[in-house]
Design a protein around this ligand. Structure first.
Ligand code: FAD
Length: 400
């Protein structure tokens, strides 16, 4: 046991309550369950619904083995970015673009929780399925209210959705998409290459691209993605995917095995994180990168930071990234350029990948770049729109 970790029970129902058993809730739960230093802590997870199936597919860049390596379904080292004028070949080395299906993730995490229970039967690791109605930060603890119970705990970690106040001057776009996992009758896909962004699709007066993830020669997830303020009617995504398949694989016979759709907020709004005993995680904890929507790997980093803080007996409400403010600023500029249409999105992403070594761009996107790398990437982008964005955001700041 490390110093500072409280071991005595002091009237809590559970030491930790995790509200929401999606990506962030389970990523944290498995780490807490496996921690030796916290092996006396009782954990309660609460969600309003049981999630077992594939409601989403997570992809992310990672070098080497990661925490969820054993459930990685597919990985790519090669990719393409296409615009009307350019075809850019990418080699991600030393990174891989890894794919995890949420159904595998939910099952794997619950299996780890079950193993932890079996290893230490006196410890409580429970999952309840009921809606959380209220979470309160009290002087000495947190209090979670559900439709049936009130639970007192040392800390609550919540990934429940939080609203962005309408009166705040923030940049906001939806990244919205529909994807089809198709199985073709003939072998048409190259599973060693994925299409990161193919902009040769209807742009919807915004930024739109097709994202193609082939998992074998017959099967691929084909996803039409748009960055814009307004969502589209479902039939528009469907028509775009159908046209894309027809154009790129003429007369292909295929079955649609699964459909996924979703929307991810792209914003520079900073969710307040001021409570002592209630800590927000996941998208609600600001782990979605404003300019790209990528969240999975930031959730993993945040979960590790929380785990280490708890193991050291420190407050888990810590800012974990010394350079986070820089990345927030870059995200803000990029969001401003996109949302104000200061430069076409397809050209912007093509410039980013064409004018810089791919591994450097990935480090920048996953927020592991050096300051020097940031500067060289920013200098490679078109000056006029970014200077205008810098000036506009400076003015917005002065008016806040
Ligand atoms: C379809 C889709 C695909 C995505 N793909 C990627 C990707 O490829 N790469 C990437 O990095 N990011 C991706 N994202 C973004 C992000 O990784 C996911 O949204 C991720 O699931 C966010 O994790 P989370 O824990 O914050 O939220 P969630 O996983 O949505 O979990 C929140 C949980 O809270 C529960 N809940 C909500 N309200 C209540 C309540 N009142 N009481 C109890 N429980 C409640 C919900 O049931 C849910 O289980 C994707 C998002 C979507 C929607």
């Amino acid at each position: 046991m490390k110093p500072g970790v409280p071991t005595q029970k002091s009237g809590y129902d559970y030491d930790v309550v995790i509200a929401g058993t999606g990506c962030a809730g389970l990523s944290l739960a498995v780490r807490l369950a496996r921690s030796e230093a916290l092996s006396s802590w009782n954990i309660l997870l609460i969600d309003q619904q049981k999630k077992n199936g594939n409601d989403r597919t997570w992809c992310f860049w990672e070098a080497g083995r990661g925490y969820f390596e054993s459930i990685v379904r597919h990985r790519w080292s090669l990719a393409d970015v296409m615009t009307a004028d350019a075809h850019i070949h990418l080699h991600f080395d030393p990174y891989e673009y890894k794919m995890i299906r949420s159904g595998d993730f939910y099952a794997y995490c619950k299996q780890i929780l079950q193993q932890a229970r079996e290893q230490n039967p006196s410890r409580k690791i429970d999952i309840w399925y009921e809606p959380v109605t209220k979470i309160l930060d009290k002087e000495t603890h947190a209090e979670v209210h559900t439709s049936h119970h009130t639970i007192r705990c040392r800390f609550t970690f919540s990934s429940l959705p939080r609203n962005i106040p309408q009166d705040k001057p923030v940049h906001f776009l939806w990244q919205h998409f529909q994807g089809w996992l198709i199985r073709a009758v003939t072998p048409v896909f190259d599973a060693s290459r994925m299409v990161l962004m193919d902009f040769r699709v209807p742009q919807q007066q915004a930024t739109a691209f097709m994202y193609v993830l082939p998992v074998n020669t017959h099967e691929a997830l084909i996803e039409y993605t748009v960055f814009s303020k307004q969502l589209l009617p479902p039939e528009v995504y469907e028509a775009c995917i159908q046209q894309y398949i027809q154009k790129n694989y003429p007369d292909l016979c295929y079955d649609i095995l699964e459909k996924e759709q979703g929307k991810i907020p792209m914003t520079d709004y900073i969710f307040p994180q001021t409570d002592k005993h209630v800590i927000y995680i996941g998208t609600s904890g600001g782990q979605t990168k404003g300019s790209t929507g990528y969240t999975f790997s930031f959730i993993q980093q945040h979960s590790e930071t929380i785990l280490h803080a708890l193991e050291q007996g420190n407050s888990p409400n810590t800012s974990h990234h010394p350079r986070k403010n820089f990345y927030r600023y870059y995200d803000r500029l990029l969001l401003h350029v996109l949302s104000e249409s200061l430069y076409p999105g397809d050209k912007l992403f093509a410039d980013l990948f064409d004018k810089n070594p791919t591994d450097k761009v990935i480090r920048f996107l996953i927020e592991q770049s050096s300051f020097g790398e940031d500067i060289s990437i920013i200098l490679s982008l078109p000056k006029k729109p970014f200077l205008k964005a810098a000036l506009d955001t400076w003015k917005e700041n002065s008016n806040r």
